[in-house]
Design a binder for this molecule. Structure first.
Ligand code: AMP
Ligand code: MG
Length: 391
């Protein structure tokens, strides 16, 4: 058996870089920026007031000082004169600060009577002015690659970048295998169940930036599996689910080999999971996941999401972990790395309940995986453990 890290290395070796495309900014959220972007302007382009108040000379901003209001500056409407001694300009947030002024006294510190203001509260040392370029200047670079957050999208808009070069979304074909499976919404026979894995994986992978295609369910025959694999053309990654261990009806490895797959079959020392197949079929990476629903989802988190991130140029890195203290004691772990369904609440982590790999209700109640190293001894409450967020 190989370790999770070794299996992941094999998968990274299969992860080809994807080409780039240009998309409108409106469609850029969650995509991976492919090239550094330079600001095409300076923000703010002028010294701007950060408050509603009165622009004046700081040397004249004394308590009880009286000044004459000679004009008004609002956002989008500058006051074009130059402030003289003893003068103030009514100013609003976002307005350009007039020439000759170097301070904005907030309106709460001022009493106004006609065109005269009196400073009635100590205005303090703050100038309430945002200098030109304090956010960014013309040519400031947003680095790539990066997965564009909502904040990144706002920054690109402010930088006046209406179109953005991004990595093309990896297209993932998802194939459920099994005579017992029907699609959600269909009426299962007495010995059938609903295919859940492709739906959970599609959600997981799309959340990671992929475009998922759920193909028809492949039945447990060579012909059916070969036919459905043939439908995966155009995908950047083909994922089969189930039929990957050594039972009589576990055909994925056989069929893929018949179709010319250059394949490796790994027994990975992990729980849930264990059987994992990977290779190239017609030049396209293919991964065979175990069929048990929680195994498929955990393998999706631990193997497929990092693989997709590598394809999108985000580097070869495993799912990120944090350290959290246990809410209660846990028993010793066995010989395989265990990804326990767990619940993080108030900064501590605890088991989500029964750890059987078929229990989607437990997975759905979990918001994290608690990672137990092989042969990890029992631990009391308060011990720090590795945790991977899954919501
Ligand atoms: P297998 O690896 O094909 O032996 O499947 C292991 C277990 O997972 C069996 O109980 C299957 O019925 C179940 N299973 C396999 N594929 C799916 C799927 N797509 N959705 C839900 N359960 C599945
Ligand atoms: Mg099966």
């Amino acid at each position: 058996m190989i370790t999770v890290a070794q299996a992941l290395d094999h998968l990274f070796d299969l992860a080809d870089a994807l080409p780039t495309e240009t998309v409108p900014l409106r469609s850029a959220a969650g995509r991976v920026l492919a090239e550094p972007m330079a600001a095409t302007r300076t923000q703010p382009p002028f010294a701007a007031s950060s408050m509603d108040g009165y622009a004046l000379k700081s040397v004249e901003a004394d308590l009880h000082a009286q000044l004459k209001v000679v004009g008004e500056a609002a956002a989008g409407h500058s006051w074009d004169g130059t402030l003289g001694p003893g003068q103030a300009v009514r100013i609003f947030t976002g307005a350009p600060v007039p020439d000759g002024a170097d301070k904005v006294v907030i309106q709460e510190d001022v009493t106004r009577s006609g065109a005269l203001i009196t400073i009635t509260d100590d205005p303090g040392p703050k100038d309430n002015i945002r200098p030109a370029g304090v956010d960014f200047t013309h040519g400031t670079i947003m680095s790539a690659p990066r997965k564009l957050s909502p904040g990144d999208v706002a920054l690109l808009a402010s930088m006046n970048c209406p179109d953005v070069p991004v990595v093309r979304k990896p297209v993932v074909a998802l194939i459920s295998t099994g005579d017992e499976l029907v699609m959600p919404g269909e009426t299962p026979g007495p010995d059938q169940i609903i295919a859940s894995n492709t739906f959970g994986l599609a959600a997981l992978l799309e959340n990671a930036g992929a475009s998922a295609r759920i193909l028809p369910i492949a039945r447990d025959s060579h012909a059916s599996l070969a036919t459905v694999l043939g439908l995966s053309q155009g995908a950047d990654l083909v994922v089969t689910i189930g039929g990957a261990s050594v039972g009589d009806h576990d055909l994925v490895a056989d069929v893929a080999a018949d179709l010319g797959m250059d394949q490796a079959f790994y027994k990975v020392a992990m729980r849930p999971g264990k059987p994992l197949m990977a290779g190239r079929l017609g030049g396209v990476p293919m991964v065979g996941l175990p069929g048990n629903p929680v195994s498929a989802m955990v393998c999706g988190t631990i193997f497929l999401v990092p693989m997709l991130r590598a394809m999108m140029g985000l580097g070869r890195a495993p799912a990120s972990r944090i350290r959290l203290p246990l809410a209660g004691g846990i028993d010793a772990n066995g010989p395989r790395e265990h990804y326990m369904r767990a619940i993080v609440v108030d900064g501590t982590v605890r088991s989500a309940g029964l750890q059987d790999s078929s229990l989607l209700s437990v997975l759905a109640a979990a918001n994290a995986l608690m990672v137990r190293p092989p042969h990890d001894p029992a631990h009391p409450a308060g011990t720090e453990v590795d945790v991977i967020a899954i919501d």
